[in-house]
Design a protein around this ligand. Sequence first.
Ligand code: NAP
Length: 349
Amino acid sequence: MEKIPVGILGATGMVGQWFVRLLADHPWFEITALAASARSAGKTYAEATTWVIPGEPPEAVREMTVERCEPPLPCRLVFSALPGAEAGPIEEEFAAAGYVVSSNARSHRYDPDVPLLIPEVNPDHLGLIQVQRRRRRWPGFIVTCANCSTAQLVLALEPLRRAFGLKAISVVTMQALSGAGYPGVPGLSILDNVIPYIPGEEEKVEREPNKIWGVLRGDDIAEAKLAISAHCHRVATRDGHLEAVSVALEREATREELIGVLEDFRSLPQKLGLPSAPARPIVVRKEPDRPQPRLDREEGGGMSVVVGRVRECPVLDWKLEILGHNTVRGAAGGAILNAELLLAQGFLS
Ligand code: NAP
């Protein structure tokens, strides 16, 4: 198969670097354009980038010239790792110019005609693409992936929702520093500390799952109405968000049944054999002190979520810990999986 030429908007940033790394040897996609702000445009990628993620920048991109984030770029699909404040109009410009945009940014997540997609959970929401194109008269379109904390929460709870129904969720997050980009949170603010506030994060975690778990009816998503309470904290880990979660279920279940449905969960990306789909989207650890960010974040190449400590909750029904790699499953890897689903479902032809 001839590879699809792809570009990365915001290629020099933290998530942009993960895109570069994950796409370097991708079997379906080939990086043909890198773009960032006017500060970086015209420089080589190596000159423009302070490389801060594990490994070295791939040889193939080091000497590529960074472009401005505006069409035309020599590609059909662009991955967006732009800041939320900048992404909105830039992504629209690309979709209007005929590009497929797979975005990480928050700007279009709540647009009623834009899919907020987790391929294992709501692949049918791709039905919004034709609505979006029709309403906006765009030859291209935008799909978005969820906020990093939402993505791992919703993926891990999806088997429980399907088997037993969800009534309410309480989540306390411990979010890694990489989630704030680079240079991110100043060292003196986070060393020896936990910061109990991440601007906008609790609102996202409380809102996004209800769109993702919504039902596509005609041209619209009828959102779910789950009660969700989120407390979000920044902690001094590098990668991997840990979430302490309590859930109330619609139907009674035993601990063994919960663990069984979590371990057995497979979905469309696994069935289609998408290149970034982990064989096991959810990995359950039985030890009393797992999952831990440093030990478990690389599970499934960072695309699996790891669940542990499933136990009874005296307030809601059950408690569990959920860990996900925020810059892989929660950002670049999630957007790449979305694009793989688009290709497999015929939206890139
Ligand atoms: P970042 O490290 O600050 O990188 C931002 C990128 O956007 C850089 O390439 C920057 O280019 C470019 N940029 C900034 N302003 C621009 C403008 N006006 N026009 C064009 N390009 C511009 O941010 P990040 O952490 O990678 O996050 C990127 C996006 O992903 C954000 O929307 C964030 O909310 C989302 N996200 C992040 C995570 C995570 O875990 N970090 C998870 C999920 C989603 P220069 O280098 O030239 O300035």
